[in-house]
Design a protein around this ligand. Structure first.
Ligand code: NAD
Length: 360
């Protein structure tokens, strides 16, 4: 099983090192090779996604990714900014389905800004379509300056579009995920989020999702407008099970959902293509404010590695072992600074990784 390891910038290198340590003690035949990406690759090779890094990723069964970016690159031309590496990987690997679970660990209920009764037991999955929508609509040619600004322009626009096959394939992913969750004793229901009352694209989305839903009579489907979904996520988040939505709404709702648990350092994510090759990364960024201090929480990355074992490498038992080990260290009261509360034991990035290894 070949894994391309791309730590990236900021805390990326610190947290990925801990995930690699965890993967190494599972006793699996994993072949891991690292490469530069993002700002680190720009510094060394003049491009955030060098050919050699892309090739390594494309030849691997899965990519374990840290994070990219730093404020110091904000003045670079858009194609050279570190974040372009993620877009390049998504495009070249054909990653169209982004999975973001928002799970509230019982030990961390107090970390949420919501009342404990709203959040306790939360286990939802947001599935975001990654390749269509307004982010990739035509025309994008209004950009008259490569730095993304419009000196003297009177207007700017982007267009929203989705094709039927794009909606169908993400709908299938959502129904199949709900079915799997049902088999694991969860509710297994799909909520499709749209803005069908205002946007043609999303009336079409709603129709196509409903049509695909007919092939899954065992999975319940409901539809919700995005404004209501944003409200419900903070009012009654447990009413959701699997949420499926487009690229832009998914971008916003998945961030909102991930913050429900109050701990960005805990949340993994997966982006998959049609053959289950995937890119696995924490939901957070490169956190330049705490980089190099050894205090970042590595658990989101370690849990992303568990998702990698589950979705791309077909190693469900090992994935569950990692998840159980994470639960165990939390139950032992070990906390990095971001999830620390009185009465618990504060540990560094490395100590947290070591504790997970020991629990395994
Ligand atoms: P961020 O997620 O990096 O940080 C937000 C806040 O959360 C910061 O206070 C940070 O210290 C904290 N935080 C994040 N991860 C943490 C962890 N594991 N443990 C403890 N605390 C953690 O978002 P930002 O500050 O808006 O962006 C910083 C840089 O990251 C920017 O250059 C941005 O473009 C980039 N970014 C990259 C990705 C990615 O690589 N996928 C995603 C988002 C942002």
């Amino acid at each position: 099983m070949k894994i391309a390891v791309l730590p990236g910038d900021g805390i990326g290198t610190e947290i990925v090192a801990e995930a690699v340590k965890v993967l190494n003690v599972l006793g699996l035949p994993l072949e891991m090779e690292s490469a530069l990406v993002g700002g680190a690759a720009f510094e060394a090779h003049g491009h955030p996604l060098p050919e050699s890094t892309l090739k390594l990723a494309m030849d691997a069964d899965a990519v374990l990714f840290g994070a990219v970016g730093d404020w110091k690159y904000d003045k670079l031309d858009r194609p050279l900014r570190p974040e372009q590496a993620i877009l390049g990987l998504r495009k070249n690997l054909g990653l169209f389905a982004n999975f973001r679970p928002a799970i509230c660990y019982e030990q961390l209920v107090g970390a949420s800004s919501l009342k404990p009764e709203l959040i306790s037991g939360l286990d939802i999955l947001i599935i975001r379509e990654l390749t269509g929508d307004i982010y990739f609509g035509q025309p994008r040619g209004r950009r008259i300056a490569t730095d993304g600004h419009f000196p003297g322009a009177e207007e700017a626009y982007d267009t929203m579009r989705y094709s039927k096959p794009e909606i169908e394939r993400i709908a299938h992913v959502a129904f199949q995920a709900a079915r799997k969750r049902k088999a694991m004793g969860k509710e297994g229901r799909v909520t499709s989020v749209d803005k069908a009352n205002v946007l043609e694209t999303f009336q079409f989305w709603k129709d196509v999702v409903s049509e695909v839903g007919l092939q899954y009579p065992d999975v319940e489907l409901d539809h919700m407008y995005v404004d209501n979904a944003a409200m419900q996520l903070v009012k009654a988040p447990k009413r959701f099970d699997v949420v499926v939505t487009g690229n832009m709404f998914g971008d916003i709702l998945s961030d909102e959902a991930s913050m429900l648990t109050g701990s960005i350092g805990m949340l993994p994510s997966a982006s998959l293509n049609a053959s289950n090759q995937g890119l696995y990364e924490p939901s957070h960024g490169s956190a330049p404010d705490i980089a190099g201090k050894g205090i970042a929480n590595p658990l989101a990355t370690i849990l992303s590695a568990a998702m990698m074992l589950r979705f791309s490498l077909n190693q469900e038992a090992s994935a569950q072992r990692i998840e159980a080990a994470v639960q165990k260290v939390l139950a032992q009261g070990l906390r990095t600074a971001d999830i620390y509360s009185e009465g618990t034991t504060r540990v560094s990035t490395r100590e947290m990784g070591d504790a997970v290894v020991k629990a395994l």
